[in-house]
Each structure stands twice: as C-alpha cells, then as structure tokens.
Design a protein around this ligand. Structure first.
Ligand code: AMP
Ligand code: MG
Length: 250
C-alpha cells in the first residue's frame, strides 16, 4: 500500500504484545498482497473482463466501494485506475483513460469479479488502508489497540484507565474508542505546475486532478467507512453525500 503502518497496543506482558504485533502485521501484509495495485500479482491487478474468483476481503471492499459510488454519484470511484496510473506515470490525462472509468462497469457477483471493458483498472488507494487497519485491529487479538496507516486510524477499546485514544485530526484532538478517523487531503501528496497545485485525488466525473485545496476528516464506526467517505467528501465537497449514504444503508 506504499505506506507506513503503526500499531500501538496494550498487553499483559511482552510475549503477548509481540504475538499481537505479529498477527496485526501479518494481516496487513496479507491484505496488501490482495489489494495493492502497485503489485502486478495482487488479486486486484489480476481483474479483467474474464470473471475471476476473488477473496472474501476483496469482495467486501468492492461491494462497499460500489455503495459509496452510488451515494456520491461517481465522485468516489475505485475504477479510477486508468486515470491514477497516467497521472502517476505521465502527469497527464486522456479521454481514452476517462472513458474506462465507471463503477457501473465493475461487476461483483457470487464471489467473482470482472470488468465490462478491457483496459479497466481498480485502484483501492482511497479505501484499502482503512480496511487494512480494521483487519489488523481485529487480528491483533487484544482489546486495546490502535492502528495508524498514515491518514487512516482505527481504535478499538481505550487504553486501560482512559476514556479513549487521543488522536489528532482536522486540527483537533479527538478521544476515540471503537471508532475510526480518516483524513483525505493534499498536505503530503501533491504536484505543482505553473504555480498550480494538483492533488493526487481525481474527480472521475471530470477526468482531472482536484485543484481546490481541501482537507477532510471523517469519524466513523470503522476504517473502511471513514477512509472511503473522507476521500468522497474531498472530491465532492458536499456533505449531502453522507445523508444519501446513510439512507442507502438503512
Ligand atoms: P485517500 O488518501 O484515502 O483520500 O486516497 C487517495 C487515493 O485514492 C489516490 O492516491 C488514488 O490512488 C485514489 N483515488 C484518487 N481519486 C479517487 C476517486 N475519485 N475515487 C476513488 N479513489 C481515488
Ligand atoms: Mg480515503
């Protein structure tokens, strides 16, 4: 996933702590091997127009992504891969690449997934870290654990004797337990040309990198939700997405 992941946890002794760290990091390595589009052999990189059997984990992420795409009317779209790839490699966009981006053309059914058009690509950069943090927190197997995958933080039970984990987001110190917070913005990742700042976040509906400066933090029940919704709001700048998302959920 191209990021550093920090694990903080409470255990009764050093051996228990070590075992918990090992389980958490093993889970992250496993999720990374499934979801990373930087790895040619990952499950996500093997998607094509021919249906392939996918893991329960990838299915969970793709189904969730679809719900967020529907609620955001395409502001969030994990099929943005052809555009993010061009942007990373050439700092350019093409109409051909934009024509391949459409969440409706990614099918997930009965444990299989496939694209409607050749040349499509999935990029889970906006959702995978939150999901990996959820999974690592669960895999650690201790009550009190915090996983921080750069801007995506997942907290379980509070540290002993505390109300919650103190986490900084949007210039505030939050006290969280059994919750996640994700921040999406450009303070670390951007590109400047002719005095203009281009985000690593793309508006798939326009086929261009965002140039507005905005940083959004979302607190949610889990990392999957916080991560996806933070990116969505970074793109759409419109909180009514949250209402539509909640309505779809009910
Ligand atoms: P995040 O830091 O969670 O906001 O995710 C940003 C990453 O998500 C980018 O670096 C791209 O890999 C990917 N991405 C960019 N634009 C979008 C978009 N509109 N919808 C979904 N993923 C995107
Ligand atoms: Mg995100």
């Amino acid at each position: 996933m191209g990021t550093l992941v920090g694990v903080t946890l409470y255990a009764r002794n050093a051996a228990e702590a070590r075992a918990a760290f090992e389980r958490a990091f093993a889970r992250i390595a496993y999720i990374d091997a499934l979801l990373s589009d930087y790895r040619a052999d990952s499950e996500v990189s093997r998607l094509s127009t021919t249906p392939i059997t996918i893991s329960r984990e990838l299915e969970t992420v793709l189904r969730f992504a679809r719900r967020v795409s529907e609620a955001s009317q395409g502001a969030f779209d994990v099929t943005v891969g052809p555009l993010t790839r061009l942007w990373r490699e050439k700092r350019a966009f093409t109409d051909d690449a934009k024509a391949l981006v459409n969440w409706r053309d990614l099918h997930v059914e009965n444990g299989k997934a496939w694209f409607a058009k050749p040349g499509m690509r999935v990029d889970l950069g906006a959702i995978g870290k939150g999901f990996a943090a959820d999974e690592a927190a669960r895999a650690a197997g201790v009550a009190s654990v915090l996983i921080a995958a750069s801007g995506d933080i997942v907290c379980r039970e509070a540290p002993p004797g505390e109300k919650g984990w103190r986490v900084e987001a949007a210039g505030k110190v939050l006290t969280l337990r059994h919750a996640a917070v994700s921040t999406s913005g450009d303070s670390r990742q951007f590109f400047e040309r002719d005095g203009k700042r281009y985000s690593h976040i793309i508006d798939p509906r326009v086929g261009a990198a965002m140039t507005t400066e905005l940083e959004v933090s979302v607190v949610a029940r889990n990392g999957l939700t916080a991560d996806a919704l933070a990116t969505t709001l970074r793109v759409s700048g419109d909180a009514s997405v949250l209402k539509r998302f909640a309505a779809r959920r009910a």
